[in-house]
Design a protein around this ligand. Structure first.
Ligand SMILES: [Zn+2]
Length: 139
């Protein structure tokens, strides 16, 4: 055991990064504030990644269940290219924000329900009826 190992074992230095903490030597290993914060951030990031992944999976499941042609263009932004059943028109969908875009025009309704309504519509999408149900978010 080196001196350094002793410092860590006694809690003088951080057990993760080895930085000198606050001069106390409580007699057990400790982690410095910075490392604790870093760990918490990592945990949060991981949770966010998991959540994002789950959301993408849910969207894909729903599209598949409705036999929609789609391509996930960018998993980092949740950007989908989907095709309407009636006339194979491209509808862009951003799963994380619920944004729906038709030929570059952002639609008022958002979320997966609104998207499915548009994709399954039996008329051409050029005439978009404005009075659609306004269901916010995907949940
Ligand atoms: Zn540390």
């Amino acid at each position: 055991m080196s001196y350094f190992d002793d410092y860590v074992a006694d809690g003088l230095c951080c057990q993760v990064c080895g930085a000198y903490i606050d001069g106390d030597e409580p007699g057990f290993p400790r982690t410095c504030e910075d490392c604790i914060q870093f760990e918490e951030q990592e945990v949060k990031k991981q949770q966010l990644r998991k959540k994002s992944k789950k959301l993408l999976e849910e969207v894909e499941k729903k599209l598949q269940a409705n036999n929609i042609n789609y391509v996930l263009k960018n998993p980092n932004t949740g950007h989908f290219h989907t095709r309407t059943k009636y006339d194979n028109q491209l509808i862009e969908y951003y799963a994380f924000t619920g944004k729906i875009s038709i030929v570059g025009q952002i639609q008022k309704p958002r979320g997966i329900k609104a998207l499915l309504e548009i994709l399954l519509r039996k008329t051409k999408n050029k005439k978009i009826n404005k009075g659609g149900t306004n269901e916010n978010s995907s949940k």
